[in-house]
Design a protein around this ligand. Structure first.
Ligand code: NAD
Length: 341
């Protein structure tokens, strides 16, 4: 099947081409992201392949359908950028990669937490200047600290387990679905408000839904313990960034590590080093010594990219052969409060 792949980076081309040796699809790699102006470029393809920040709203879906597209294959787990109702109305199937390597994201989360908490990037910057002074680099042990994990699905469960069994943290969890295996090792499920009030570190692993949007807001920050450390590798809009900045300025928040950002679609995955960045909120975030930001790279391991490519192309092969689409996401997932993660 001919597939137009939007927002292609070098690594997408490499891993999709390698996996395609076993599928034989006609892959058309495009650098621009999918939006209303680029949608007509899919003409002649029955499928398009997109990523987290491509625009897949009703208007774009209508333009894709007009161009003859019948399948949108997300090469990611999250689908909060897709209007599933519009896709259903237009007869366009949507598939995603529900699981590729939760280890990739979980390990990166722990890495971010250690890096920001023990000030590793600041220490490295000093050493490169032959500044071996340690003033200002005092951290805290993770052992014995109270860590709240919001969302204990595939990624959150790995993080909770590592923090509990590996580091000896006191782990609190919040999730409508209780993981009995985590409870068995001593992870304690509590209400989200209790978690946010008791935790010294909070790490976010729930999907972005109307219920979870801005779950870290001014009220949550106000009620939190002084010096709260926040890690977010899930979705940017789980945090109200303006409230986060206020919490950093008031010293209420101790440190923040983010792999995702509310307005990341305008920034991430591109080299803007020669540009003026207009986003004043993001620029303010970068001025704090206790903030660490990476550009949505938690998924970026060899294993995850290979798994993403294989699952995506298998779904396209299933669609071509008219087999059941096991990774299809339908509008019922949203109505049922399902997992836009
Ligand atoms: P998952 O579906 O396995 O787990 C999500 C968990 O969140 C589920 O257990 C669900 O019950 C829970 N949940 C739903 N609503 C909740 C709520 N209101 N409060 C608390 N918990 C709630 O998903 P996953 O694969 O573990 O992914 C988690 C998140 O990580 C997703 O948002 C996904 O988009 C994000 N992600 C980020 C990257 C990255 O590169 N940064 C890569 C992959 C996934």
């Amino acid at each position: 099947m001919r597939v137009t792949i939007f927002g292609t980076k070098g690594y997408d081309r490499r891993f999709l081409s390698e996996a395609n040796a076993a599928h034989g699809h006609d892959l058309v790699f495009l650098e621009p992201r999918l939006d209303l102006t680029t949608a007509p470029l899919a003409k002649g393809s029955r499928a398009v392949c997109v990523f987290v920040n491509d625009r897949v709203d009703a208007a774009v879906l209508a333009a894709l359908a007009e161009a003859g597209v019948r399948l949108v294959a997300l090469r990611c787990a999250g689908f909060n950028n897709v209007d599933l109702s519009a896709a259903a109305r237009l007869g366009v199937d949507v598939v995603r990669v529900p699981a590729y390597s939760p280890h990739a994201v979980a390990e990166f989360t722990i890495g971010l937490l250690l890096a920001v908490d023990r000030q590793i990037p600041r220490a490295w910057a000093r050493v490169r200047e032959n500044n071996f002074a340690l003033d200002g680099l005092i951290g805290r042990n993770l052992h014995g600290r109270t860590v709240g994990v919001i969302g204990t699905g595939q990624i959150g469960a790995l993080v909770a387990r590592t923090l509990k069994a590996g580091f000896g943290c006191d782990v609190l969890a919040s999730d409508p679905v209780v993981d009995a295996a985590l409870e068995a090792i001593g992870v304690r499920y509590v209400a989200r408000e209790a978690l946010l009030a008791q935790a010294e570190v909070v790490t976010l692993h729930c999907p972005l839904t109307p219920d979870t949007r801005h779950l870290i807001d001014a009220t949550a920050i106000d009620r939190a313990r002084d010096g709260l450390v926040i890690v977010n590798t899930s979705r940017g809009a789980l945090i109200d960034t303006a409230a986060l900045i206020a919490g950093l300025k008031s010293r209420k928040i101790g440190a923040v590590a983010l792999d995702v950002y509310e307005q990341e679609a305008d920034l991430f995955f591109e080299d803007l080093s020669n540009e003026i960045v207009d986003d004043d909120v993001f620029q303010r975030l970068l001025t704090f010594p206790n903030v660490l930001v990476t550009g949505h790279q938690a998924f970026l391991t060899e294993e995850a990219l290979a798994a993403i490519a294989e699952t995506t192309l298998s779904s396209i092969s299933d669609a071509e052969a008219r087999r059941v689409l096991t990774n299809r996401i339908g509008v019922e997932r949203v109505r049922g409060g399902g997992q836009p993660g």
